[in-house]
Design a binder for this molecule. Structure first.
Ligand SMILES: Cc1ncc(COP(=O)(O)O)c(C=O)c1O
Length: 389
């Protein structure tokens, strides 16, 4: 069985966690400061603040922007549903804009949704593919609308050499277990805005992440890594084809991630240490992902391969193609031992826009992770081409 994703680790990852837990590293402020410095340098911004998840990072930014109850926040209509729910819980109104062929918000449709209450546009770089941020910025200009970049999938992506996460008023990143870098959960906020930075720092409850909490996070991460081993995953991937089992498994998965996420905005020295080690090698990881994507791009026939802006670098957090009958193809690929995702497993639709719904129904997530073997990629391509002939 070839799983579609894997937990992100490196050689010595578990040993570093064990040593860190024993040595008291979770309490080290210097490690967090060093990670903040090198992360800011890598993204090309003045400030970075770490939080306990990408979602917490997003809500921290939203609250720091001084929105009033009922103010509107524009989202692409194809993204993580929970972000819109959290926005509503915070007292603001999510408004949805259809996406285009690159899976990202369609700038041409944004103006139709702007009202006098619009205060924020969330510019998501979905699956790691930079959105058309230049056009989005021109729309926001002079309208008192802030741009928050959602870079949860896009660490390392750029446009004309400028990294995503440095274009908007602020941006947020995710370091969940299967993201481009994994620090046992966690997230980051980046900004060039001194005022916003001090405001968020003031809000930020600098509470220590407890050791027991870190152990819990490490435990869930290890379980996830084991479940995703080919031998186990072939069992779970089949269970996912059954609708009832699928909803039970997804509920359990979300519950595990929610209980392992801190409700305060804390981050630990140990997590920062894991982040530093991975950020040091990030260009190598990117070369590896781009190599896999190139093999797919060059060899897949009869499917729509990811559309990328001319001067963009895709981070390839996920590799998504579009085909008719994605769910049928996904089931057939499973019979050949290839695990793929479709429908809500890939991403959720947040309104009833037809174009977005078509994109959602046609999206098929192919295996993409560090260490995916060339012979496996060739086999995946061959099977898909056969099925689409
Ligand atoms: C598009 C998008 N934005 C934001 C997030 C939130 O990140 P986190 O899981 O760290 O809260 C996710 C999670 O995967 C996501 O898919």
């Amino acid at each position: 069985m070839i799983p579609r994703r894997k937990v992100t680790t490196y050689k010595g990852f578990w040993l570093d966690i064990l040593k860190g837990l024993i040595s008291g590293m979770p309490d080290q402020d210097e490690t967090i400061d060093l990670f903040r410095k090198i992360f800011s340098e890598y993204i090309g911004v003045k400030h970075t603040i770490f939080a306990s998840s990408g979602r917490d990072a997003f809500i921290l930014i939203l609250k720091a922007l001084g929105l009033k109850k009922g103010d509107e926040v524009i989202f692409p209509s194809y993204t993580l549903k929970n972000l819109a729910e959290l926005t509503e819980n915070a007292g603001f109104k999510p408004v949805f804009v259809p996406v285009s062929e690159d899976f990202n918000i369609n700038p041409a449709e944004i103006k139709n949704k702007i009202t006098e209450r619009t205060r924020v546009i969330v510019a998501t770089h979905l699956f790691g593919n930079p959105c058309r941020i230049g056009e989005i910025k021109s729309i926001a200009l002079g309208r008192n609308i802030d741009i928050i970049e959602d870079c949860a999938h896009a660490l390392g992506a750029d446009i004309d050499g400028k990294r995503v996460g440095s274009f908007g008023r602020a941006a947020f990143f995710s370091f969940e277990t299967r993201k481009i870098i994994n620090t046992l959960g966690g997230g980051a906020i980046t900004t060039n805005d001194d005022e916003l930075f001090s405001h968020i720092l003031k809000e930020f409850k600098k509470q220590r992440i407890s050791k027991i909490h870190l152990i819990k996070k490490a435990f869930f991460c290890l379980v996830e890594q084991i479940v995703l081993l080919p031998a186990f995953w072939s069992f779970f991937a089949r269970l996912l084809r059954n609708t009832t089992m699928k909803s039970i498994i997804l509920k359990l998965y979300r519950a595990a991630h929610t209980t392992s996420r801190n409700s305060v905005y804390a981050y630990s020295g140990l997590q920062a240490y894991l982040g530093i080690k991975q950020l040091d090698n990030i260009e190598k990881y990117h070369r590896n992902r781009s190599f896999i994507a190139k093999l797919y791009n060059n060899n897949l026939d009869n499917s729509i391969i990811p559309l990328i802006g001319k001067s963009s670098r895709h981070a390839y957090y996920c590799y998504i193609i579009r085909i008719k009958d994605a769910s049928i193809i996904s089931s057939k690929l499973l019979e050949y031992g290839i695990d793929t995702g479709y429908g809500d497993e890939v991403m959720q639709v947040l309104d009833d826009n037809k174009a977005t719904k078509v994109i959602h129904d046609q999206a098929l997530e192919l295996p993409m992770y560090k260490g995916l073997k060339i012979e496996d990629i060739k086999m995946i391509v061959r099977r898909i081409n056969e099925l689409l002939e």
